[in-house]
Ligand binder design. Structure first.
Ligand code: ATP
Ligand code: MG
Length: 390
């Protein structure tokens, strides 16, 4: 096709997008120029993603042509955090009598949907992850998507064969997809929690654990108890939801999960965001005061917090001092070696510095160790050992 032909298509595309979004054409062009609206690449080039929240369209929203118009898969809305349970729950959920309390699992957020006949897994930012897409096709009951082509499953990929957030704290051999939300395409409207659970049960999907519906009145004490118990087994925390999914959910986490995040953050201290580190320390302060902890409990918390900062830091600094490069080792499990090479390209494309080791086969699948290099912390540490200033 000649150059003019291409431009014509592009203009016509912008026209239709402008009608569909209700934005004027200049605005659409501006979004493309700034890469706020960007394309995936390769065979997913036809899938556009919002790289930024624009006029109530969530960051990570994906859109594509469907017939003569467009279909949208909304990004997963940000869940705000309760720093204290009382009076926050009462204030936020004012007027509700009961709250649905669910476990917050620690993995990575994925949307799975049928897009023009294919089942694809979309990351929080709206990328199609080849690894997660293969896992979703292997693990999920795909009949669901034929029966409900208009619904999108939102869930957490959890377990040891997880290239982003590997966790051995759950009783999972490899990696599993736990559903926590179902929303309609285009509108992004969520199903009420009970309806979602019933539907998922019917199709045999794994779901995040439910702690039932708890009266708003007693929620702060009851949730504090749940959190203490989850903390003992190193689980992350809870997400507290309006059963009808009209009020936005809130999250609240255990001290052990804050410490676990800090251990990771301080191991790679130059990669981790400062807000990320600070907010986890401040949470510890609020929790100890809200829970009225005595001196013994407080001392224990201080030790745990201090150790989760200094232990990994000491380990990293020593490694570099001994000329060992810092990296994080993760593992993936694929059915098809092509998935692994697609995933390698994908990570490269996203700027992740990763080395894939030789695959070894287990049954019908392959395990591959992936080393993610932490160049920034490594270089900074080395420079300091060589006498550089902070
Ligand atoms: P957010 O922008 O939503 O705060 P984040 O990555 O900063 O995202 P997290 O602290 O991990 O935040 O908390 C929100 C994430 O928790 C969700 O994006 C989702 O992936 C995950 N999650 C795990 N379990 C649940 C659940 N039961 N309900 C909702 N989300 C859950
Ligand atoms: Mg998380």
């Amino acid at each position: 096709m000649n150059r003019e032909g291409n431009e014509e298509i592009a203009l016509e595309f912008v026209d239709r997008l402008s009608d569909s979004l209700g934005f004027d054409k200049e605005r659409i062009q501006h979004l493309f120029e700034k890469n706020y609206l960007a394309r995936n690449w390769g065979k997913y080039e036809h899938l556009l993603r919002f790289d930024k929240e624009i006029s109530h369209i969530e960051h990570g929203t994906v859109l594509y042509e469907k017939g003569s118009s467009f279909e949208f898969i909304m990004g997963f809305p940000k869940i705000r955090r309760a720093m204290v349970l009382y009076p926050t729950l009462k204030k936020h959920f004012n007027g509700l009598s009961k709250l649905a309390v669910e476990e917050k699992m620690n993995g990575y957020n994925v949307r799975v949907a049928q897009i023009n006949g294919e089942i694809l897994a979309i990351t929080r930012s709206g990328y199609i992850c080849p690894y997660t897409t293969e896992r979703a096709n292997v693990k999920l009951n795909l009949k669901f998507f034929d029966d409900f082509p208009k619904l999108v499953l939102y869930g957490e990929m959890v377990g040891p064969d997880n290239p982003y957030v590997p966790k051995a704290i759950y009783d999972i051999d490899s990696v599993e997809f736990y559903i926590f939300d179902i929303r309609e395409k285009n509108t992004g409207n969520p199903l009420p929690t009970a309806k979602r659970r019933e539907l998922m049960e019917k199709y045999g999907f794994l779901q995040v654990k439910s702690f039932g519906e708890i009266p708003l009145k007693t929620a702060p004490e009851e949730i504090a108890d749940i959190i203490r118990k989850l903390g003992i087994i190193e689980h992350e925390g809870v997400v507290i939801k309006d059963p009808e999914m009209i009020f936005p959910p809130l999250k609240y986490t255990s001290s052990q999960s804050n410490c676990s995040d800090l251990r990771h953050a301080f191991r790679f201290y130059n990669e981790a965001g400062r807000d990320y580190m600070l907010s986890r320390i401040v949470r510890e302060g609020f929790q100890t005061v809200e829970w009225n902890e005595d001196e013994t409990e407080f001392k224990k918390r201080c030790m745990q917090l201090g150790e989760s900062i200094l232990n990994p830091l000491r380990e990293s600094l020593r490694s570099v001092k001994n000329s060992q490069r810092l990296y994080e080792e993760v593992r993936i499990r694929v059915r098809n070696l092509k998935t692994a090479s697609d995933f390698e390209d994908y990570l490269k494309r996203l700027g992740v510095d990763a080395v894939f080791e030789e695959p070894y086969s287990v049954g019908a699948e392959y395990l591959i160790t992936v080393r993610k290099l932490n160049k920034s912390t490594n270089d900074k540490t080395q420079a300091i050992w060589e006498g550089e200033l902070w």
